[in-house]
Each structure stands twice: as structure tokens, then as C-alpha cells.
Design a protein around this ligand. Structure first.
Ligand SMILES: C[S@@+](CC[C@H](N)C(=O)[O-])C[C@H]1O[C@@H](n2cnc3c(N)ncnc32)[C@H](O)[C@@H]1O
Length: 260
């Protein structure tokens, strides 16, 4: 494992800080605070994304009957992580987590606290190498049965040169019909000015660069899949559980789609 350098801000720890977590250092907090100056609602937006994620997993494990999850770019463990939500609905759920960050790797044990009826595994891998992720996931998941791939607030770290559409297509092509894609993506066309300012700030300070995308670009990631209701919407508007959830600021597009 690479040692991690606490003097350099890191996106997994910056995100943890916005979520109200404690797994971050002074350099992360300084970078996160600079981003807050550019877009004051970013902590609420990050939390709205987590709330959307929990609702999406509840839908997948409940209504959609999914029992296998591949959560890529999972981040530092926090409340309502995928296996907790999925196994609270269906204890036999099997969840594979992936991230490329040594900080997340160091927390992998917490991600592996599975219900005894199900299973959890952690893969240290980069989304830019989807073949490696698929091969390793096949040790735990049955690719003959439906799987939900989750790409929550990660594709902004894949620039155009690395072709996010091709990466998503590679992942989904490996899955049987009845599988799902659940994703969220920071938007360039919600709170546009503030988001643009924040992108500049983050790209100046962070090793992990960001590309925010507009609705039409995020829509294309679902090519060949059927979006479930309500389609690709602001994260807080995806099946909110209350008026309060629905009204939370969220500068992300979010959607869940089925492979037919
Ligand atoms: C903004 S956080 C989102 C965390 C979590 N999915 C959520 O929505 O709360 C992005 C995560 O993606 C991971 N990540 C970024 N680029 C990645 C890549 N190329 N491969 C794998 N993980 C990556 C980061 O380490 C970080 O944990």
C-alpha cells in the first residue's frame, strides 16, 4: 500500500470532511474550505448525494430485487454504506467495493463488516481499468445473475481523454439482462457559476482533477439502458422520502437504469 501524505489534500478525505466525517487532515480541511468559499452549498450537496445513494440502494435491493452490488469509488466508510442499506433489506446481499485511494483501502476492514448471510469484498483498483475490476469482482459476484453497478460521484474524476462512456459500457456489457446502473455526477448546469468556480479551485489544489458535466452528457452514460422513474434528475429529486429531502441543494445529476 502506498503511504498517504497528510500534507496533500485528497478527494476521499475532502469528501469525508464535507459529509461531516473525522477521517481528514488539516490540508484536506483547508482545501475543502476553499471549495466551500466558491460553492457554499457543497457540504449539503455531498450529503444529498449520500441520501440519494441510500434511496437508490433501497430501491435496488427492494423493488428491483437485486442481491449483488459493485460500488466503485466508494469513499471512506460513512453512515448508510451500501452493504448496510442493502443487507438491511436483504441480508444475503453481496457487495464488492472498489476505490483507488490508499486512504479508503486502510478503512477496508470497516467496509467488510458483512451480515453473515451475505458477503462483502474490497478491491483496490482504478476505474480507468474496468477489466481488472470485473475480473476481481467475479471472485465474489455471480455474473450469471443481475448486478447493480454503482458509480456515485466518481465519474467527474475521469476526464474525456479516458472516455467515461466507454468505461461504463465495458462494465455494463459484462452484466446479464436485469442488471442496473446507479450513478450520480456533479453537474456543470446546476448552480453553474459557483460549480465552475469550485472546479477551478479544486483543480488547482487537488491531485485528483474534476470535470463537471451537463445533463445531456450524463444522459449519454446511460446509452442502451432504460432509466427508471423519475429519470435523470437532480439527486435530491430522485424519489425523495420527504419534502425536506427534496428541497436539499444538490448540484448533481442522478439516475438509476436497467439493462434490458
Ligand atoms: C467524491 S468521492 C465519492 C464517494 C462516494 N461514492 C459517495 O458518493 O459518497 C469520489 C471517490 O472516488 C474515488 N476515485 C476517484 N477516482 C477514482 C478512480 N479513477 N478509480 C477508483 N476510484 C476513484 C476517490 O478515491 C473517492 O473515494
Amino acid at each position: 500500500m502506498e503511504p498517504f501524505d497528510p500534507t496533500k489534500p485528497n478527494i476521499a478525505r475532502v469528501w469525508d470532511y464535507w459529509l461531516g466525517g473525522k477521517d481528514n487532515f488539516a490540508a484536506d480541511r483547508a482545501a475543502a474550505d476553499e471549495a466551500i468559499k466558491a460553492f457554499p452549498a457543497i457540504p449539503l450537496s455531498a450529503r444529498a448525494n449520500r441520501a440519494y445513494q441510500a434511496r437508490a440502494v433501497r430501491f435496488l435491493a427492494g423493488e428491483a430485487g437485486i442481491r449483488q452490488f459493485l460500488d466503485i469509488g466508494t469513499g471512506i466508510p460513512t453512515a448508510n454504506h451500501t452493504h448496510e442499506v442493502a443487507q438491511s433489506v436483504a441480508p444475503e446481499s453481496r457487495v464488492v467495493y472498489t476505490d483507488n485511494d490508499p486512504v479508503v483501502l486502510s478503512h477496508a476492514r470497516a467496509l467488510l463488516a458483512s451480515h453473515p448471510a451475505g458477503a462483502t469484498e474490497y478491491i483496490d483498483a482504478d476505474l480507468r481499468d474496468p477489466g481488472k475490476i470485473l475480473n476481481a469482482a467475479a471472485q465474489v459476484l455471480d455474473f450469471g445473475r443481475p448486478i447493480a453497478v454503482m458509480l456515485m460521484a466518481i465519474l467527474q474524476h475521469i476526464d474525456g481523454q479516458h472516455d467515461p462512456n466507454a468505461i461504463v459500457a465495458t462494465l455494463m456489457d459484462a452484466l446479464p439482462p436485469g442488471s442496473y446502473l446507479a450513478l450520480s455526477h456533479p453537474a456543470s448546469d446546476i448552480n453553474s457559476e459557483e460549480m465552475a468556480k469550485m472546479a477551478v479551485v479544486l483543480n488547482k489544489m487537488m491531485a485528483e482533477k474534476v470535470t463537471f458535466r451537463e445533463h445531456a452528457e450524463v444522459s449519454r452514460l446511460f446509452t442502451g439502458l432504460e432509466l427508471v422513474e423519475p429519470g435523470l434528475v437532480q439527486a435530491s429529486k430522485w424519489r425523495p422520502a420527504s419534502e425536506l429531502e427534496a428541497s436539499s441543494p444538490a448540484a448533481l445529476w442522478a439516475g438509476v437504469a436497467r439493462k434490458g
